[in-house]
Write a protein that binds this ligand. Structure first.
Ligand SMILES: Nc1ncnc2c1ncn2[C@@H]1O[C@H](COP(=O)(O)OP(=O)(O)O)[C@@H](O)[C@H]1O
Ligand SMILES: [Mg+2]
Length: 207
């Protein structure tokens, strides 16, 4: 494997416990489900509801949620262009490690810019499943789960996605989930069905 790094004295060490062997043990493949969408579109709700179902099937999962990573892994980063790119890079690299460890990773970041999501896709490769939580701005604003839209409208928050900063819709997401017309269970069922089609697990394991 060739990667760019600052040290010339590092050698990639290959594991004997391969991804495929882990998949056989776990009875499921690993992958990355990258939820994207406006604030309040349902990324966190769906990621956690889906994780609950996968857990009940005995599967290995991990949710990386926007605010949470900024408390730890990315606590040194702000919202400048440079920091945003670095934020996505770190999340993608962490997701890659989890994928190698046999885990189904669910990420819940607004990730409003196509170029950033494409970077993540390029880094992760074929395991990147982009899930667009589609929900009209008016519905997200009415939900206003964290009161952020109100504060953005008041000018208390600058560059808020959907209000004063753009959200670039995915051109070719693997999955579009309409969270304003379907309830949470229906959305989760749609994703679970898609994972079967993708070969992440077999239908007979669905509970
Ligand atoms: N089909 C649905 N999918 C996801 N969330 C939904 C759905 N219908 C209603 N909601 C509600 O919308 C809100 C979404 O908030 P949240 O998951 O925090 O959004 P995000 O993480 O995208 O900012 C929650 O209050 C949730 O209960
Ligand atoms: Mg969220």
């Amino acid at each position: 494997m060739t990667t760019s790094n600052k040290s010339s004295n590092t050698v990639w060490h290959h594991a004997t416990v391969t991804r495929q062997r882990r998949a056989e043990l776990n009875h499921h493949q690993s992958t990355l489900l990258w939820f994207t969408g406006l604030s309040g579109s349902g990324k966190s709700t769906l990621a956690h509801a889906l994780e609950e179902r996968l857990y009940q099937m005995g599967y290995h999962t991990s949710v990386l949620d926007g605010d949470n990573v900024r408390h730890g892994l990315c606590s040194d980063l702000g919202f400048s262009n440079e920091d945003r790119v670095e934020n996505i890079r770190r999340i993608s690299e962490v997701a890659k490690l989890f994928i190698e460890a046999g885990v189904i990773v669910l990420t819940a970041f607004i990730s409003p810019f196509r170029a950033d999501r494409e970077k993540a896709r390029n880094l992760v490769g074929k395991d990147f499943v982009e899930i667009y939580c589609h929900c009209p701005l008016s519905v997200c604003e009415e939900r206003d789960v964290k009161g952020l839209y109100r504060r953005a409208r008041n000018g208390e928050i600058k560059e808020f996605t959907g209000i004063s900063s753009p959200y670039e819709e995915p051109n070719n997401p693997e999955l579009v989930i309409d969270t304003s017309t379907k309830n949470i269970d229906e959305c989760v069922d749609q994703i679970l069905e898609d994972l079967i089609q993708r070969g992440v697990y077999e239908r007979k394991h669905l509970v």
